[in-house]
Design a protein around this ligand. Structure first.
Ligand code: HEM
Length: 269
């Protein structure tokens, strides 16, 4: 028998499910007025952080799927990551409608805040194999950001999971590569390159997977390139609020591939 005396919980609404009251209360410009363009600056960074969150969710799944040998779903997940990345690159168009003077109208309010301090961006770099101790140490001990990065330090990267998967598919992978320190940088390896050439020549299913990883690598580099161009047109040669040299520092990060072996083999195919 249904219990008529039990309190009836109110029907779930759109606003309730999405916690819209909280979400829409989180954009708080700091400039006086406030300056018109500061809202866009806050919204776009918050949207990026949400996409970073979703991307980490999907990248972690891709690692698990490779490790479980579920290559079909891994491929599907990578396609979703690539679709998110495309949106992330396209969003820079919106911010580029902000002129240097419009940005200057509130820039001082940012103090030392900068995307440089985005721990989720660093987490994405970590899953993709670009780990750095300095990136962890910038966050105070005990913070969510520090803990998240510490957890990822020893975790296998997407590349490690992929190489391990190739090994389980029967391909020759050197033992040193299978046991490599997942925190170390991903260096070019001629044995792996030989295996990848064989994959491309004889195994269309896994060659497709390699191509998705190249898409991902190119997509991240595209974001870095578009971001530095946006920075150059908005602040020119000024240093960043995060304390770096600004555009020169960002230029040094462009063109650094995530998966060097996949680029190295192109000339040999
Ligand atoms: C007017 C807009 C923007 C300007 C002028 C700008 C400027 C900069 C500068 C100068 C840096 C170098 C670090 C420093 O601050 O010293 C940087 C880093 C960074 N910014 Fe932006 N940025 C803008 C928008 C964005 C947006 C929308 C995002 C999205 C989250 C973002 C994410 C990042 C990230 C992740 C880094 C670290 C890159 C790395 O270390 O490789 N930025 N930004």
């Amino acid at each position: 028998m249904p219990d008529d005396s039990a309190p009836v919980s109110p029907a779930l609404t759109y606003a309730g499910y999405l916690e819209l009251d909280q979400l829409l209360g989180l954009q708080r410009p700091r400039s006086h007025g406030p300056e018109h363009d500061e809202l866009l600056f806050i919204v776009i960074h918050q949207v990026y952080e949400l996409w970073f969150k979703q991307m980490l969710h999907e990248l972690d799944r891709a690692v698990q799927l490779f490790r479980g040998g579920d290559v079909h779903r891994a491929q599907h997940t990578l396609r979703r990551v690539l679709a998110i990345l495309k949106v992330m690159v396209a969003q820079l168009d919106i911010l580029e409608t902000m002129t240097p003077l419009e940005f200057l109208s509130f820039r001082s309010r940012l103090q030392a805040a900068s995307g440089f301090q985005s721990d989720q961006f660093r987490q994405i770099e970590f899953v993709l194999g670009q780990k750095s101790r300095a990136a962890i140490e910038r966050f105070p001990a005990g913070t969510r950001a520090r803990q998240a990065l510490e957890c990822r330090w020893d975790e296998p990267t997407l590349w490690d999971a992929f190489v391990d998967y190739l090994h389980r598919e029967g391909y020759a992978i050197p033992a040193a590569q299978l046991e490599r320190d997942p925190a170390a940088a991903i260096e070019p390896n001629s044995d792996i390159q030989r295996t990848l050439i064989e994959v491309y020549r004889t195994d269309p299913k896994n060659a497709e997977l390699c191509e998705r990883l190249v898409d991902l690598d190119e997509g991240i580099q595209e974001w870095r390139y578009r971001h530095v161009k946006m920075v150059e047109r908005t602040i020119g040669a000024k240093p960043g609020t995060g304390g770096s040299s600004g555009a020169p520092y960002l230029q040094s990060t462009v063109g650094r591939p995530l998966f060097p072996d996949l680029w190295a083999i192109r000339a040999a195919l």
